[in-house]
Design a protein around this ligand. Structure first.
Ligand code: GDP
Ligand code: MG
Length: 289
């Protein structure tokens, strides 16, 4: 039996959460087309007959501009320290500043690293070979594996190689466990994903979601959630004309929650202003960051 922890690291938006969901076969990490969607470390457990892989999805490594950003980058760095293997994900483009700085960090921690070149569905096969060569020059990766997390291409081979590099060990988690995230956290994330989907500029990043109320009865789960923003103007935008935008956000989130929890859900959301919450330690803590 093999079992070990594997960190998914890389710049924001390279497809780490997409890969996690694809491997686990359930949506446990939210995905948007916007960078810096993931804020916390999220564990996803892949159970196979003779292996258990514990993936740790991380926020993208970037230069933080506020305390929330600092928390996010710290989450990624801590994940790298706790794992047996690192999967470093990149886009199918020449390495640049962001990749160089992550490689510097990799050199310091000295753990086996697999390079996964993602989104190969967007480039030609010929362009991959020179790219693989340029990465070979930068670091002694154990493997370099081109994949498409979205199209599930190359993912099986990646899993195979991951199993090869994790230690012999009994399973660390029960077999029916997919994630260590509580249902409430996942629900708040589904809501945040929909807010991010329907808002632009600074707003997606100024949003935090808190579950305030959770009442389960036989046939219905009642959930009350607060969507926090930093300014009054942002609140007005999220609510939208005659509440249209907020309605759409809540409706899509509810469908996703119902699908995930397999139960009927009554979802109520309120938008509230918490000035500069991304900069204030106390507020960050109270929102789980
Ligand atoms: P993360 O920030 O690294 O977790 O990236 P996400 O998983 O949130 O994905 C960012 C964006 O890239 C989303 O719009 C995904 O749909 C897209 N994406 C992820 N993997 C692939 C892929 O293999 N091919 C393509 N074309 N897009 C992808
Ligand atoms: Mg992510």
């Amino acid at each position: 039996m093999k079992c070990g922890y594997v960190a998914l690291i890389g710049k924001p938006n390279v497809g780490k959460s997409t890969l996690l969901n694809s491997v686990i076969g359930e949506k446990i990490a939210i995905v948007t087309e916007k960078p810096q969607t993931t804020r916390n470390r999220i564990i996803g457990i892949k159970n196979l007959p003779d292996a258990q892989i514990i993936f740790v999805d991380t926020p993208g490594i970037h230069k933080p501009r506020h305390k929330l950003g600092e928390f996010m980058v710290k989450e990624a760095h801590q994940a790298m320290d706790m794992v047996d293997l690192i999967v470093f994900m990149v886009e199918p483009q020449s390495p640049s500043e962001g990749e160089f700085s992550i490689i510097e960090k990799l050199k310091k921690i000295n753990k086996p690293v697999i390079l996964a070149i993602n989104k190969i569905d967007t480039v030609s096969k010929q362009s991959l070979l020179p790219l693989i060569d340029s990465y070979k020059d930068l670091y002694s990766f154990k493997e370099i594996i081109p994949i498409s997390a979205l199209k599930n291409d190359g993912v099986e081979r990646l899993i195979e190689r991951v199993i090869y590099y994790i230690p012999e060990s009994p399973k660390l988690y029960p077999e029916d466990m997919l994630t260590d995230q509580a249902e409430r956290f996942l629900v708040s994330e589904f809501i945040r994903e929909k807010v991010m989907k329907y808002t632009y500029d600074e707003i997606p990043y100024s949003v935090a979601v808190e579950i305030e109320n959770w009442e389960e009865s036989e046939k219905l789960l009642r959930i009350g959630a607060n969507i926090y923003v930093e300014r009054e103007g942002q609140k007005i935008i999220i609510i939208g004309k005659k509440g249209e935008r907020l309605k759409k956000i809540a409706q899509e989130a509810r469908l996703e929650i119902e699908r995930f929890l397999q139960t009927k859900v009554f979802l109520e959301v309120w938008v509230k202003v918490r000035k500069k919450w991304r900069q204030r330690d106390m507020l960050l803590k109270s929102l789980g960051y």
